[in-house]
Ligand binder design. Structure first.
Ligand code: NAP
Length: 251
């Protein structure tokens, strides 16, 4: 792998994004670690540098067009043209539909859908010019419907349609687009869900594991491994797919 190739991972300060940034660095990419707060990206950047990789911390709200434009310009100037984009930044604002506010709805749509749109639009310009690109969008098993997540499930289902359209439009330029749809992964996001449900996180993990065919919850590295494959040059004939990584069958 050419060391100068550049990958961008959003929401990479922690959780799945942090594991993915580190994995892509091990794969040979220079990695832009993008998150809301630049200082919060420090731990991921330090871990990458300690392992001998190259990384840049970039503070950016992916739902803000001006911030996205500034971030992509900075990444291209300081690291090089991005050819890999992992749209991972995400939030939850769970509530049953009768209690869900407009701001719960808009916040989730803005980060997941508007954020993926803005980041992808900016990055595809480099990818099409390079005649190589890999886009991976984080969907979710919740795309199939999940109590309390009308906003999140709609956004994650929306990302699947977005992904398939990117695959159709960008394939001729050597750019693939795929969605990875995790099941239950042990991160701060699922810890927040446990808290909302008034359950100790350990109990929540144990209960979740019992429902999963492989009898364990997922870890961020489980998702990073799939993203790594989809971003590799050898995955060039896999495009427009939604790959559930959930410890059991989903489709
Ligand atoms: P996480 O631990 O909550 O991390 C998400 C990261 O995204 C945080 O660092 C957060 O920053 C950042 N972020 C939020 N809004 C942003 C914005 N507007 N611009 C830039 N960064 C932003 O989540 P995770 O569990 O690793 O999940 C990562 C992705 O996988 C998400 O898209 C999620 O929906 C998806 N997913 C997760 C699971 C799961 O079980 N964990 C399952 C299916 C899908 P702050 O800390 O500053 O908010």
């Amino acid at each position: 792998m050419n060391k100068s190739q550049v990958a961008i991972v959003t929401g990479a300060a922690r959780g799945i994004g942090a594991a993915t940034a580190q994995r892509l660095s091990r794969d040979g990419y220079a990695v832009a670690v993008v998150d809301l707060d630049e200082a919060a990206c420090g731990a991921t950047v330090s871990a990458i540098e300690a392992a001998g990789g190259r990384a840049l911390a970039v503070g950016c709200d992916v739902s803000d067009a001006a911030q996205v434009e500034a971030a992509i310009t900075r990444i291209a100037d300081e690291l090089g043209a991005p050819v890999v984009l992992v749209n991972n930044a995400g939030i939850i604002r769970d509530n049953l539909i009768f209690k869900m506010t407009e701001s719960d709805w808009d916040a989730v749509m803005n980060v997941h859908l508007r954020g993926a749109f803005l980041m992808t639009k900016a990055c595809q310009a480099f990818m099409t010019q390079e005649k190589f690109g890999r886009i991976v969008n984080l969907s979710s098993s919740s795309a199939q419907g999940n109590r309390g997540q009308a906003n999140y499930s709609a956004a994650k289902a929306g990302l699947q349609g977005f992904t398939k359209t990117l695959a159709i439009e960008l394939g001729r330029f050597g750019v693939t687009a795929n969605a990875v749809a995790p099941g239950f992964i042990q991160t701060d996001m699922t810890a927040a869900t446990a808290e909302r449900m008034g359950m100790p996180f350990e109990d929540f993990l144990t209960a979740a594991a019992k429902q999963i065919p492989v009898q364990r919850v997922g870890q961020p590295d489980d998702i990073a491994a799939m993203i790594s494959f989809l971003c590799s040059p050898e995955a060039g004939f896999v495009s427009g797919q939604v790959i559930y990584v959930a410890g059991g069958p989903l489709d």
